[in-house]
Design a protein. Structure first.
Length: 258
């Protein structure tokens, strides 16, 4: 899969692509990431990529022409036919919020062209002519789309086969509809008793016993409790989708949560 990222700050991506568990996905080309700077496609000595907004107001707006030229170069480099053209995604607070389903779809895709805005945003005419969909990280405003692009690439890369050391590892992650869609249960590691600032804290007994079924049941119940408390909307969705077993329903009922 191939992602082409259009950004005025390509250098922000280097440490992200070269560190951490996802590095092997990026380096092997399993998730190939190509960076493009619209400034390289801008005209004049100053290679201007932004200008003041028509109608007045604060800030600057990214100009359509350098973005369009950059996008044409991306399309040429992808060598794609019209039919196989990769979707153009713009990161924007007005977009559809990114979630597990969105990430899972991208991780099964051929990739996309990711456009990172800066300043007040991008000339609307480029958006109307060239952008297929807009994606948001949430209801807040970033100063650029780069962190949103990295968030999407990170989440997609870790779902690729062989990227995580333990294949089962994302199976138990939160929101996985292949499992139960619930939030992940709490994690513990050594020591068994931690002398923390509130006094000695022990690991739940059942996790030390090596009884796999009991451990699985305990974790599932913790997931159910956590999801019911933290994200009733997520619990309701899992129930609607039939992802819960009768034992789960019985447990929730016994806790007064249904
Ligand atoms: N004036 C715009 C914000 C511009 S912020 C508005 O109020 O809607 C500059 C750039 O940061 C945007 O073009 C977009 O690419 C990126 N950005 C800001 N917030 C974002 C968010 N929540 N999700 C994804 N991208 C975001």
């Amino acid at each position: 899969m191939r992602f082409d990222v259009i950004t005025l700050f390509p250098e922000l991506f280097a440490p992200f692509l070269q560190n951490g568990i996802n590095r092997r996905a990026f380096e092997s080309g399993q998730v190939a990431v190509h960076l493009w700077n619209p400034r390289d496609f801008a005209e004049g000595n100053y290679r201007r990529v932004d200008d003041r907004p028509f109608g007045g107001g604060p800030g600057m707006v990214m100009m359509a022409e350098p973005l369009w030229r950059c996008l044409q170069a991306v399309r040429e480099a992808r060598g794609g036919t019209e039919a196989a053209r990769a979707p153009v995604v713009l990161f924007s607070p007005i977009g559809d919020k990114l979630d597990h389903v969105g990430v899972a779809n991208w991780s099964d895709s051929q990739g996309a062209v990711l456009v990172c805005g800066r300043y007040e945003g991008i000339d609307q005419r480029f958006i109307d002519a060239c952008v297929d969909l807009q994606v948001s990280l949430g209801d807040f405003v970033l100063s650029g789309g780069e962190i949103a692009a990295m968030a999407l690439l990170d989440a997609v890369a870790r779902l690729q086969p062989g990227v995580l050391n333990d294949e089962g590892s994302h199976q138990q992650d939160s929101f996985n509809p292949a499992l139960d869609g619930l939030l992940d249960s709490p994690h513990f590691t050594r020591p068994e008793v931690w002398q923390g600032p509130t006094g000695p804290q022990s690991v739940p007994e059942v996790l030390l016993g090596g009884h796999h079924e009991r451990i699985a049941r305990h974790r599932r119940e913790q997931s159910l409790l956590l999801t019911a408390r933290q994200r009733p909307d997520v619990l309701a969705r899992s129930r609607e989708q039939g992802l819960l077993e009768p034992a789960d329903e019985a447990f929730l009922r016994s806790q007064g949560l249904l």
